[in-house]
Design a protein around this ligand. Structure first.
Ligand SMILES: Cc1cc2nc3c(=O)[nH]c(=O)nc-3n(C[C@H](O)[C@H](O)[C@H](O)COP(=O)(O)OP(=O)(O)OC[C@H]3O[C@@H](n4cnc5c(N)ncnc54)[C@H](O)[C@@H]3O)c2cc1C
Length: 443
């Protein structure tokens, strides 16, 4: 340990949640340090935004930058049934005749860097290549972090954003450790969930034990006009899995399949115990005719990537002198593209609680976590819709033919309008067609 340095807030992790909270706290004149372990922009999955992100982008001063970007515009999401029948697109402007109804499909290496650059412009000190090893506690208070520098030259393999390398191995060569302190420590380490693991806060969703296999394609068929940038969600024949298709810049399409962990991976081990994820992906794609046709002649750009067990939540959102934001607090499921929105929204709500904490000189759990109940209420609306999606007997088409009056409520949730509007009125009717989970309050 060789140096002490003081800040008002230390943010661990430079993804969308971390950049958001850091920027909005720094805009109030506080000294904010953001630590990101990756030395350079890198491939990440999670590329489709939903419209309600507009309001956080507005506060961040990001709207002009996104408008000027080459990211495809997204007006809608469209579902394909297991028989290959397409629903009408759910256009977000149907319930929201405002420019916020149009959002973007983003290449994460570029998008995350735009948010970090914006944070720097707004006064955040951003340090890349710094890994936080541990959050330090004195009794129940977070008091600082232990950091270690990661050498830029020591990456394996070389980072080629275009090749889509997923989190290349980082070798720690400079074994210099230092401690840094601040009255507020924000954990935005994504699924690494640093504080959640240190304090053993995380519980997985028992009914959402999922896995996902994904890659990018170049070429392939896209619809025209305002449908060109749509997210497609397509069930496979037996409804055992589903695919996303997300159009990206450079004529790329992100394609991924999601299914129960047992179905997609565990039961598909070869005789030698190994998994051939390319074979599994190809087998699933063969069960999804509309997507297979769209990808005719398209070129797969990099080997299939895998992730699993991504649905979990922490029992607390804050403690004395610490806060969790984004995936570090929890992640639901990729199906409605809510991850980035919840990362941005929790970053925004946490920033407001932190600024208020400085004004009141109160860094207690109740102050820093004051946004928790409202945030969890919004997250629960998405969670219910996720459970409906995974109920084999449930379909949106059937639900809306029985309850057409709820079309607007569904679009509101798909748009992310769960904090500004009360969307809960659709759930009693939905509960007649599928079993919805009870809400899990914060501990
Ligand atoms: C299969 C799949 C598909 C998805 N698709 C979508 C989608 O289409 N749309 C969508 O909105 N969401 C999607 N998501 C979710 C989305 O990717 C995440 O919700 C989002 O990235 C969360 O942002 P974050 O800032 O919380 O975390 P991250 O983006 O993961 O950022 C965390 C950052 O912290 C850094 N870090 C970690 N540990 C340390 C440490 N110890 N020290 C310093 N830095 C550290 C990491 O390098 C990283 O940059 C998907 C998720 C999955 C699993």
């Amino acid at each position: 340990m060789n140096r002490h340095q003081n800040y008002d807030t230390i943010v661990i992790g430079g993804g969308p949640a971390g950049s958001t909270v850091a920027t909005l706290v720094a805009q109030h004149g506080y000294r904010v340090l953001l630590l990101e372990r990756e030395t350079e922009p890198h491939f990440k999955i999670g590329e489709s935004l939903i419209p309600a992100t507009y309001w956080t982008f507005k506060r961040l001063g990001m709207l002009e930058k996104l408008r000027a970007s080459h990211f495809p515009q997204k007006y809608s999401v469209q579902f394909y049934s297991r028989t290959g029948k397409a629903s009408s697109p759910f256009y977000f402007f149907q319930t929201n005749p405002h420019e916020s109804a149009v959002t973007w499909q983003v290449l994460r290496s570029e998008f995350d860097q735009m948010l970090l650059d914006n944070a720097k412009e707004k006064g955040v000190e951003v340090r890349r290549g710094v890994r936080v090893r541990e959050v330090l506690f004195e009794r129940d208070r977070a008091v600082g972090v232990v950091v270690q520098n990661v050498d830029r030259q020591a990456r394996e393999p070389a980072p080629t954003v275009d090749a889509g390398n997923s989190s290349p191995l980082l070798k720690i060569v400079a074994n210099l450790r230092e401690t840094l302190s601040a009255p507020v420590i924000v954990d935005s380490t994504g699924q690494r969930s640093l504080i959640g693991r240190q304090l053993n806060l995380n519980t997985t969703e028992p009914n959402l034990k999922m896995a996902s296999l994904f890659t990018h394609y170049k070429g392939g068929h896209r619809d025209e006009g305002i449908d060109e940038g749509a997210t497609l969600i397509l069930h496979t024949e037996e409804k055992d899995s589903w695919f996303w298709s997300i159009p990206l810049p450079y004529n790329r399409t992100s394609v991924g399949v999601v299914g129960q962990l047992d179905y997609l991976l565990q039961s598909r081990r070869e005789a030698n115990g190994k998994l051939n994820v390319q074979k599994i992906f190809t087998e699933e794609l063969a069960k999804c005719a509309p997507l297979k046709h769209r990808l005719d002649g398209a070129k797969q750009l990099f080997p299939i990537q895998t992730t699993k067990d991504f649905s979990y939540r922490a029992s607390r959102i804050a403690g004395n002198n610490w806060v969790l934001v984004g995936d570090a607090f929890g992640f639901l499921d990729p199906v409605y593209s809510t991850g980035l929105f919840l990362a941005l929204k929790s970053g925004e709500m946490a920033a407001d609680a932190i600024v208020e904490a400085f004004e009141k000189n109160d860094f207690s759990e109740s102050q820093l976590g004051s946004f928790g109940p409202a945030f969890v209420k919004g997250m629960e609306a998405f969670r219910k819709l996720v459970y409906a999606f995974y109920t084999k007997e449930f379909s949106f088409a059937q639900f809306l033919s029985q309850y057409p009056e709820h079309q607007g409520g569904i679009i509101d949730i798909l748009s992310g309008d769960v904090f500004r509007k009360d969307v809960t009125h659709i759930f009693p009717a939905m509960a007649e067609m599928c079993s919805l989970p009870p809400e899990v309050p914060l501990g």
